[in-house]
Design a protein around this ligand. Structure first.
Ligand code: DAH
Length: 340
């Protein structure tokens, strides 16, 4: 019997297993009720009395060795199952690549933040609009070319026009028809025009509209607001100039240029050697617009302005091709990693 015990001991010490199923098979083979070790305990009955003590010790030792061995094998295969070989869990993790804000979002946020310092709050309107909010309430004559299919994306013509807004000025009438002055709002948003896509034009782009309506709002207020905006956006040395212009919804209307921020006004290829670049349209809200939106034009006056976010972004970051803004090429977007 001692020989049997020693043989089994040697056998068990040499056991190997490569997965949990093999370990279980070994446990059954040696340690289950009918396992080899257990069978030896059955034989113990027949051992002569004088050998019982020594044999009992040897048997118990064998059982312990077998139990420890099986446990050790189980631990070993379990850690192999869960860990990937060669993985060093104490290593520092590699950095997760951070996303960037889109350059148009950076610039839009900056515009909004400048105007919010002047007390303007954000207003919103739908991109799918009707004729009234985009054109009629904004004093566009019935035959104005902007109402043409060539400029505007129509979704439906009958029974009433449904279209993609061509400018954020539509938010002006959305707000004015619901609110009485004082109104001081800024409306960032996407607009659509039926243009062939090229480096200089796209069928959608982004605008920010501002509207201020109250008693005694004057052109001087508009001009001061514009100067503040230009200097906050492009630096304190920035100068502005206003050129007379025409928009149906403002009277008088103007376009604002800023001194070219690339050459400081000396003249370069970007400003076509004029020293000035155009950045927005503005004017005093036409009394017809106020009346159309239910505001008494004898009591209240207002100014409005609208700018293209792509245009401002180009001025700040010299993006040469408008299409880059909507391609989501991470090589382009990564350039703005450190911008905010
Ligand atoms: N809506 C004009 C456009 O799309 C921009 C604009 C010009 C907005 C003058 C205004 C404004 O509010 O007063 O080109």
């Amino acid at each position: 019997m001692l020989e049997k015990i020693n043989n089994l001991k040697a056998q068990i010490e040499g056991l190997t297993a490569s997965n949990a199923a093999e370990v279980e098979a070994l446990r059954i083979k040696y340690l289950s009720k009918k396992g080899e070790v257990s069978l030896l305990f059955n034989d113990f009955r027949n051992v002569p009395v004088e050998q019982k003590k020594a044999m009992g010790q040897a048997l118990n030792e064998l059982k312990n060795i077998a139990t420890d061995k099986i446990n050790a094998l189980r631990d070993a295969v379990e850690s192999v199952d869960t860990a990937v070989e060669g993985l060093d869990l104490s290593r520092t993790a590699s950095a997760i690549k951070l996303g960037t804000r889109h350059p148009l979002s950076l610039v839009r946020n900056e515009i909004v933040s400048i105007f919010s310092r002047l007390g303007f709050s954000i207003a919103d309107g739908p991109e799918i609009e009707d004729d009234w909010h985009v054109f009629s309430s904004m004093n566009f004559p019935a035959d104005h070319p902007a109402r043409d299919m060539q400029d505007t994306f129509f979704i439906q013509r009958d029974p009433a026009d449904v279209l993609l807004r061509t400018h954020t000025s539509s938010v002006q009438s959305r707000v004015m028809e619901k609110t009485q002055p004082p109104i001081r709002i800024i409306c960032p948003g996407r607009v659509y025009r039926n243009e062939a896509i090229s480096a200089r034009a796209h069928c959608f782009f982004h605008q920010v509209e501002a509207l201020y309506v109250d008693r005694n709002v004057s052109f001087a207020d508009l001009k001061q607001t514009l100067l503040y905006f230009a200097q906050e956006m492009f630096g304190p040395a920035t100068q502005i100039r206003l050129r007379p212009s025409y928009f149906p919804f403002t009277e008088p209307s103007a376009e604002m240029d800023i001194s070219c921020n690339l050459c400081g006004g000396k003249g370069c290829s970007f400003c076509k050697h004029t020293g000035w670049v155009e950045i927005l349209g503005c004017g005093m809200v036409d009394p017809n617009v106020l009346e159309a939106c239910g505001i008494d034009s004898k009591e209240f006056t207002g100014f409005a302005l609208g700018m293209g976010v792509e245009r401002i972004t180009n001025l700040k970051y010299q993006v040469k091709d408008l299409r880059m803004f909507s391609e989501n090429d991470t090589r382009f977007l990564d350039e703005f990693q450190s911008a905010h």
